[in-house]
Design a protein around this ligand. Structure first.
Ligand SMILES: Cc1cc2nc3c(=O)[nH]c(=O)nc-3n(C[C@H](O)[C@H](O)[C@H](O)COP(=O)(O)O)c2cc1C
Length: 235
């Protein structure tokens, strides 16, 4: 099959103004819970999704990585770069992820905090795009999360000088072995250049696929007084 022939129609649901919440974080939480399979948004929607998925031959595996999102940053010359990160929290401040502050993304955010974050949940036929400024979360908060990670992930945060060129895999593995010897127990401190960012949203757009590409889109834009202006956008 040619790539150009790959397409599908979106039939699952619509998004009406009456479905929205005045608070986009509340709507994001609802959509996230539905993507994670935690909440089906009513019996009818749950049944419709099950029938629809079985028609498409989809199992439950598509729930993997529901918290994965594409993060776009720009360097000081305005050149963009993008990569996937895992959302680790959302609260009134915004969207939280963790990374190496010296990585390419970390350096780009230091030079220009404006970023975009995109979630795509294919089985929900939904996309959420977020724009805002990223700032480091308090170190104590990063530490609390770091402690909750498996030991291997904590050692990896030390072993990987993220985004730097390395000669070969052996460099990485020998560094890892040194660190395993250095921190034999469960006490692995958090590296000083590792931690979380929170993206404070100024724009959040909710996209629901519809038949014949007449998709539903609603954009929330933060206004000077802190309230959200909601507009329907043409697909
Ligand atoms: C599913 C998935 C989840 C990922 N989660 C993270 C993450 O939470 N934090 C992170 O720093 N990198 C994560 N990565 C790796 C990044 O995509 C990227 O390779 C890395 O952060 C280096 O990016 P940079 O060089 O642009 O800074 C993830 C990759 C995938 C595919």
């Amino acid at each position: 099959m040619s790539i150009a022939d790959i397409r599908r129609d979106y039939n699952l649901a619509g998004l009406r103004r009456s479905d929205l919440d005045p608070d986009p974080i509340a709507l994001f939480r609802r959509w996230f819970a539905q993507a994670a399979g935690e909440r089906q948004g009513g019996k009818l929607r749950g049944a419709a999704i099950r029938v629809y998925k079985s028609l498409l031959g989809l199992g439950s595996a598509e729930r993997i990585d529901v918290n994965a999102a594409t993060l776009a940053t720009v360097d000081v010359e305005g050149h963009p770069s993008a990569r996937v990160v895992l959302l680790k929290g959302v609260d009134e401040r915004g969207f939280i992820f963790f990374t190496n502050y010296d990585s390419r993304k970390g350096r780009e955010i230091a030079g220009n905090p404006n970023v975009a974050l995109v979630f795509y949940w294919p089985d929900q036929e939904r996309q959420v795009t977020i724009a805002g400024a990223a700032t480091k979360i308090p170190r104590a908060e990063s530490e609390a999360y770091f402690k909750s990670r498996p030991r291997g992930s904590r050692l990896a945060a030390w072993a990987s000088h993220q985004s730097e060129a390395i000669e070969n895999r052996e460099v990485l593995e020998s560094h890892w072995r040194e660190l395993e010897a250095k921190y034999p127990g469960d006490e692995v401190p958090m590296p000083p250049n590792w931690g979380g960012f929170v993206i404070a949203p100024v724009r959040i757009e909710f996209w629901q696929g519809r038949p014949s590409r007449l998709h539903d889109r609603f954009r929330y834009a933060k206004q000077a007084n802190g309230t959200w202006k909601i507009e329907r956008l043409s697909p």
